[in-house]
Design a protein around this ligand. Structure first.
Ligand SMILES: [Zn+2]
Ligand SMILES: [Zn+2]
Length: 333
């Protein structure tokens, strides 16, 4: 099946540079080596799952993963057979256990049947998404909404084109959130700095942003042409930061390498940013991996990086669990 992240998010475990790894390893070492700091602000016992307490290197909270790409086994031509590609549902479930995810949003899940959804009612929703090209993409999205999808995405931001307007009209009329991937370097017509005009045209639509330009543009000096994963201290005042402050209907997820990099590149800024926008940020994986742990899984990296920030407990509850639970009506325990 279509798997938008393979082509869009440019994530691959082999894409992790030595420097990325060293950054992560340093964070893990710091977190592990400062028990007294952790002890001052102990994580509460997890209410579900098997999360260890005060674990600098792993999950500290039950969480909702709002950025999942997962094919249903029913489309693989039988469990374990090739054809659907990617992880099996069982591998996905094991991955989510490892990061202590108790629910999530299945992007592009359309009207497909998933065993893990049947077994866990109230913990997952499916989003509607069309294939990459060809056919009537808008009709495919609408068919999935009629089939029970509770949001739209993931779709790449392609600029103000008829398809974009069609799915935004659907988000408005069906009253469902819409999740966009921003990467202008690949689609020069989709100018990131113009995106706010669309937010203003759809004030009742709930937008969720993600990916390279979204996180790069927390920095005022971000260059979309330079793209990728900028490093070093953030110069405050970036477009993403301004828009989150300005538009109540704009939200985001922390998924993928872009989210992890944004947390790690400047922890002081990240702590401030997440605290200021604590009601609008949700945890996401965007993982295609099967490990769910350090050092190659983005989710494992993200958990270490977030632990390192030592965010206030109420902020952690929001970004891990309750913001998503409220937006999607999902169980929290
Ligand atoms: Zn994705
Ligand atoms: Zn992973």
């Amino acid at each position: 099946m279509h798997h938008i992240c393979t082509s869009n998010c440019q994530h691959s475990q082999s894409g992790m540079t030595r420097r990325d790894f060293l950054t992560v390893a340093s964070l893990a070492a710091v977190a592990a080596g400062v028990p007294s700091m952790l002890a001052q602000d102990p994580a509460p016992p997890a209410k579900a799952g098997k999360a260890p307490v005060s674990n600098g290197g792993g999950p500290t909270h039950p969480l909702i993963d709002i950025h999942v790409h997962q094919s249903p086994d029913s489309m693989r031509g039988g469990s374990g057979k090739k054809g659907g590609g990617g992880r099996t549902e069982a591998q996905f479930v094991a991955h989510q256990k490892a990061v202590n995810a108790i629910g999530g949003v299945i992007l592009g899940g359309n009207a497909y049947e998933y065993e893990f959804m049947k077994e866990n009612p109230g913990r997952y929703v499916r989003f509607a998404a069309a294939g990459p090209a060809g056919g009537d993409r808008a009709a495919a999205v609408e068919a999935a909404l009629k089939g029970g999808a509770r949001g739209i995405g993931e779709h790449r931001w392609e600029g103000d084109i008829p398809f974009t307007r069609a799915i935004l009209d659907m988000a408005r009329d069906y009253k469902v959130p819409i999740l966009f991937h921003f990467q202008e370097a690949l689609y020069p017509a989709a100018v990131y700095s113009e995106f706010y005009k669309t937010i203003e045209k759809y004030p009742t639509v709930t937008f969720i942003g993600h990916a390279i330009d979204w996180w790069g543009a927390v920095d005022k000096n971000y260059s979309v042409k330079g793209g990728t994963y900028p490093r070093g201290r953030v110069t405050p005042g970036g477009l993403t930061d301004q828009w989150l402050a300005r538009y109540p209907n704009l939200h985001c997820d922390l998924s993928a390498q872009s989210g992890s990099t944004a947390i790690m590149r400047d922890p002081d800024f990240a702590k401030d940013f997440i605290t200021r926008h604590q009601d609008k940020i949700m945890w996401g994986s965007d993982c295609t991996c099967t490990t769910g742990g350090m050092p190659t899984c983005w989710s494992g990296i993200k958990l270490v990086a977030l632990n390192f920030l030592q965010l206030p407990e109420d902020v952690q509850q929001k970004i891990y669990l309750t913001n998503a639970a409220k937006m999607f009506g999902l169980k929290t325990a």
